[in-house]
Design a protein around this ligand. Structure first.
Ligand code: DGJ
Length: 734
C-alpha cells in the first residue's frame, strides 16, 4: 500500500520504493509538511520525535508559541499570517485576497485518475499507484481546494496537483494557483536548473541556496529556451552516484514558475512549481473549478544518476503514450539543412533515394513545401502543396517516397499564421492580439488564437487533411515564436488574463484529438529546436528536436544537460554537414555520428554531397545504430564523464537486466601525451563476464565497474569511441 493514513497522529505517509513523503493535519487543521526523504517504514515516529522535542523544550513560554509564518505547510495561503510565498491567491468580491485553508476530509484510492484536459503521468493498472485526495476549505469565502497526491509503487515519483473550486454563490478570481509547494528542512542545498538559449539549450547550472529567493520561469507563453520547467535541490557535493536530490518538474508547456524561498536562518526552504502567476488569472463562477497542471516530484539518494533514471523510466513508460511508446524509432533524414527553402520534387526524391541507400528508414520534408513559401515571410496557415515545388501534389511525392521503401514525414507549424497568407486575409481576428495595438511579428508570423473553438477546429482539420492526403507517417510539429499581445477577440475583458493558459489547454485538446485520430503517426515536437522540451509535450509526442544546433561538440553539452530529466529516446539527434551551419565548426564524421547515435538518430544533410568515405561511414553508423538502438532508446542511461567538466564526455546505455551495454566515449581535444582515459562503468552485473569486441577481449563486470574500461588513445581532435559489451557468461574464464 503506497499510501498510509495514521489516524492517531492524523499523518499521511506516501511510500515509493526508496522514498517517503510525509505530512499531517496539524495545528488548527493546517496541513503541515513533515518529511520528504529516504524511505521510512514507520513515519509515526516522526510525530513522536516532534512531541518529545516540544515536551522537553526548555525555552520560556513566550518563545515557544507557534506562529503560522514558521510552520512547514503543504499548500500555504496568503494574507493570514504566513508572509512567505503562497501557493494560491484568490481575489474575492470584497476586494480582499486573504484566505486560510483548513482540513475537511480525505480519501485514499488505488490507481491514478487522469487530469481533465491536461497531460499527466498515468497508470495501466490500479495496482501501480495510490492516490490521496485531501479536501481543504476556507469557509469564509467558500473556497474548496482538493490536493491530489499519487505515490507510485515502482518509481520514486510523487505526482501532485490542486483543484480549486468555488463552493459559494459569488465569483472568485484566482490570481495564483501553483501545482505544488513543499516546505523543506534543508540547512544546505544547491539549486540545480537547466537554462540556456536557442542553440544552447539546457545547460546545467548549480547555485548554493542562500537566504532569499531563487527562481526560474518562462513568461513567453511556452516553456521556452531560457529555463526548463524543472529544478532540483541537492545536497552539496552530490555526484552522479551519491547524494540526496529532490527534484520538481512540471507537466506543462506554457508559462511556469519554479521558485525557492530560503528563510534567513535557513530554517526552511519553500520550494514551489506551477503556472507563472504574472500572466495568469482565472475567474471561477459559483460551482466552477480550476485544475492546475501536474507537478512530478522525484527523490533520489543515488545522486543525479538515480534521479535521471527515475524520470527516464517514468517518462518512457507512464507519460509517453501511443504506438511508438514501446517501438524502436526509425532512422530519419530531414531535408532542412540540406536544402532550406530551395527544392523541388526531384531534389527530394534524390535525397530520399540516396538516404535509403545509407539504410535510412524515413524521409522528412521540412519547411517550405506549402502555399507560396519560399522564405519565412509567408504562407503559414495555407497548408496545401506549393504549386511550383510540388506541382503533382503531396500524395504523388509520398507515393514515390513510399515506393523507395521509406516512411514519409512532413513539417508543419500549425499554431501559426503569416500575415501574408490566405488564412490571415480571411480571418484577421484568428490570431492572438489586443484591439487597437500593433501586432508584433516574430519571424514574420503571428500566433493563432487556440482559445477559440473555431480556430482549434481549423487546425485539427488542416493537419488531418495533410496527414490523409499525404499518407503521412510522421509530423514534425514546429512552433517558432513567443507570445506577445496576449489577448483574444473571443473572450470578455475580465477573462483576457486567462488567454496564455487557455491557449495551452487549446493546444492540448488539439494534440489529444490528432494523436487519437492518427495513432500510427509519429509526432516529433519542435520549437525553434528545443524551445518547448517539456513533460507536457512528451505526453502527446514521444520525441523532441533537441536543438537547432547540430554541431557535435555543442551537442555533447546540450544532450548531457537534457538527459538530466529527459530520456535519450526523446532527443532528436542528427548528423549534419561540415562546416556546421550554426557553429561553423568542422568535426570528424565519427564524432558527429557518435554523438547523434546517443539519441534518436538521423541525418540533417544532403547525402548527394557526401564523399565516398563519408558515405561509407554513414552506412556503417546506420547499421550499427540499428543493431544497438534498443539499448539507446530503452536502456538505463548513465552519465560517466561530463562535458561541462572538460574535453571528455562519456555516457552508457545498459539493458535493464545488465546483460548488454553500450559505452560512448568522446574527447573533443585529446592530448596524445595524456594517460589513456579510464571510464568507470555502471549498470553491469559484477559477476558476469562481458565480451568487448572493440578491445578483442572479455572482462568481468566488477573489473569494468571498479577499475574501469580503458579507452585506446587516438590522434587528432574529436575522438569518438562506441564500445558494445555483451554478456557471455558468469564467472572467471573468458
Ligand atoms: C525551426 C526548426 O527548429 C528547424 O529544425 C526547422 O524546422 C525550421 N524551424 C524550419 O523553419
Amino acid at each position: 500500500m503506497p499510501i498510509i493514513f495514521h489516524s492517531d497522529e492524523r499523518l499521511f505517509h506516501l511510500m515509493t520504493p526508496r522514498s517517503s513523503y510525509v505530512f499531517r493535519v496539524g495545528h488548527d487543521g493546517l496541513l503541515e509538511h513533515v518529511y520528504w526523504g529516504a524511505r521510512l517504514e514507520d513515519a509515526s515516529d516522526l510525530v513522536r520525535l516532534a512531541r518529545a522535542c516540544e515536551r522537553l523544550d526548555a525555552r520560556p513560554e513566550h518563545m515557544r508559541t507557534i506562529d503560522i509564518g514558521s510552520l512547514r505547510l503543504e499548500y500555504p495561503s496568503y494574507g493570514t499570517g504566513d508572509h512567505r510565498d503562497p501557493a494560491y491567491e484568490v481575489l474575492q468580491p470584497s476586494g480582499s485576497h486573504a484566505s486560510q485553508l483548513v482540513y475537511e476530509s480525505h480519501q485514499i484510492r488505488p490507481g491514478k485518475p487522469p487530469l481533465p484536459g491536461l497531460p499527466a503521468f498515468y497508470v495501466e493498472s490500479d495496482f501501480e499507484a495510490d492516490t490521496l485526495e485531501i479536501s481543504l476549505v476556507d469557509p469564509a469565502i467558500s473556497l474548496r481546494v482538493i490536493l491530489s497526491y499519487t505515490a507510485y509503487r515502482d518509481f520514486d515519483l510523487v505526482c501532485r496537483h490542486a483543484r480549486l473550486e468555488n463552493a459559494g454563490t459569488e465569483p472568485l478570481v484566482l490570481r495564483r494557483a501553483l501545482s505544488a509547494s513543499v516546505d523543506l528542512d534543508l540547512r544546505e542545498a544547491d539549486f540545480v536548473q537547466l537554462s540556456g538559449a536557442w542553440i544552447r539549450e539546457r545547460f546545467i547550472e548549480r547555485t548554493p541556496l542562500s537566504p532569499g529567493r531563487h527562481e526560474i520561469m518562462s513568461r513567453s507563453g511556452a516553456s521556452g529556451h531560457k529555463h526548463n520547467p524543472f529544478f532540483a535541490l541537492a545536497a552539496p557535493h552530490t555526484t552522479e552516484d551519491r547524494g540526496e536530490v529532490r527534484a520538481f518538474a512540471l507537466v506543462y508547456s506554457g508559462n511556469f514558475l519554479g521558485a525557492c524561498e530560503t528563510e534567513p536562518m535557513r530554517q526552511n526552504v519553500r520550494a514551489q512549481i506551477g503556472i507563472h502567476p504574472s500572466d495568469f488569472s482565472w475567474r471561477l463562477e459559483p460551482g466552477e473549478r480550476f485544475v492546475t497542471p501536474e507537478a512530478a516530484l522525484v527523490y533520489s539518494d543515488e545522486g543525479w544518476g538515480g534521479m535521471s533514471r527515475t524520470f527516464h523510466r517514468a517518462i518512457r513508460t507512464r507519460l509517453c503514450r501511443g504506438t511508438y511508446r514501446d517501438r524502436v524509432r526509425p532512422v530519419l533524414i530531414n531535408n532542412w539543412e540540406a536544402t532550406y527553402f530551395r527544392f523541388d520534387e526531384e531534389d527530394l526524391v534524390e535525397i530520399a533515394q540516396q538516404a535509403r541507400d545509407l539504410g535510412v528508414e524515413m524521409f522528412v520534408l521540412d519547411d517550405g513545401w506549402f502555399g507560396q513559401r519560399d522564405d519565412d515571410h509567408t504562407s503559414l496557415g495555407d497548408w496545401w502543396p506549393h504549386p511550383r515545388k510540388l506541382p503533382n501534389g503531396l500524395r504523388h511525392l509520398a507515393d514515390r517516397i513510399h515506393a523507395l521503401g521509406l516512411r514519409f514525414g512532413i513539417w508543419m507549424e500549425p499554431e501559426m499564421v503569416s500575415p501574408k497568407s490566405e488564412l490571415y486575409r480571411e480571418h484577421p481576428d484568428w490570431c492572438l492580439h489586443v484591439a487597437d495595438r500593433p501586432r508584433s511579428e516574430r519571424r514574420h508570423q503571428l500566433m493563432l488564437d487556440l482559445t477559440r473553438e473555431d480556430v482549434r477546429a481549423f487546425v485539427v482539420d488542416a493537419v488531418s487533411r495533410v496527414i490523409e492526403e499525404g499518407a503521412v507517417d510522421y509530423i514534425k510539429w514546429d512552433m517558432n515564436r513567443p507570445m506577445t499581445e496576449v489577448g483574444s477577440a473571443a473572450l470578455p475583458p475580465e477573462r483576457q488574463r486567462e488567454v496564455a493558459h487557455r491557449y495551452v489547454l487549446g493546444l492540448y485538446e488539439i494534440l489529444e484529438t490528432l494523436t487519437s485520430r492518427f495513432p500510427h503517426v509519429l509526432f516529433e515536437n519542435c520549437a525553434s529546436g528545443g524551445g518547448r522540451f517539456d513533460l507536457g509535450m512528451l505526453h502527446y509526442m514521444p520525441q523532441t528536436w533537441t536543438s537547432d544546433n547540430t554541431d557535435a561538440v555543442s551537442r555533447l553539452k546540450i544532450q548531457h544537460g537534457t538527459s538530466l530529466v529527459y530520456p535519450p529516446v526523446a532527443m532528436g539527434a542528427h548528423v549534419s554537414a561540415v562546416p556546421n551551419h550554426q557553429m561553423g565548426r568542422v568535426t570528424r564524421f565519427a564524432l558527429r555520428a557518435g554523438v547523434a547515435m546517443c539519441g534518436n538518430f538521423g541525418f540533417e544533410l544532403d547525402p548527394r554531397r557526401l564523399s565516398d568515405a563519408e558515405r561509407r561511414e554513414a552506412r556503417q553508423a546506420v547499421e550499427r545504430y540499428k543493431a544497438l538502438r534498443h539499448l539507446v532508446q530503452f536502456g538505463d542511461f548513465y552519465r560517466l564523464l561530463s562535458p561541462f567538466d572538460g574535453p571528455e564526455a562519456a555516457w552508457m546505455f545498459a539493458a535493464e537486466d545488465g546483460s548488454e551495454a553500450l559505452v560512448a566515449y568522446f574527447c573533443t581535444y585529446p592530448d596524445p601525451l595524456d594517460p589513456p582515459a579510464r571510464v568507470v562503468l555502471r549498470g553491469l552485473r559484477p559477476e558476469a563476464r562481458y565480451a568487448c569486441e572493440a578491445l578483442g577481449e572479455s572482462f568481468r563486470g566488477d573489473a569494468l565497474m571498479r577499475h574501469g574500461l580503458v579507452i585506446p588513445r587516438q590522434m587528432g581532435d574529436g575522438q569518438a569511441v562506441l564500445i558494445h559489451l555483451k554478456q557471455i557468461g558468469e564467472g572467471d574464464g573468458p
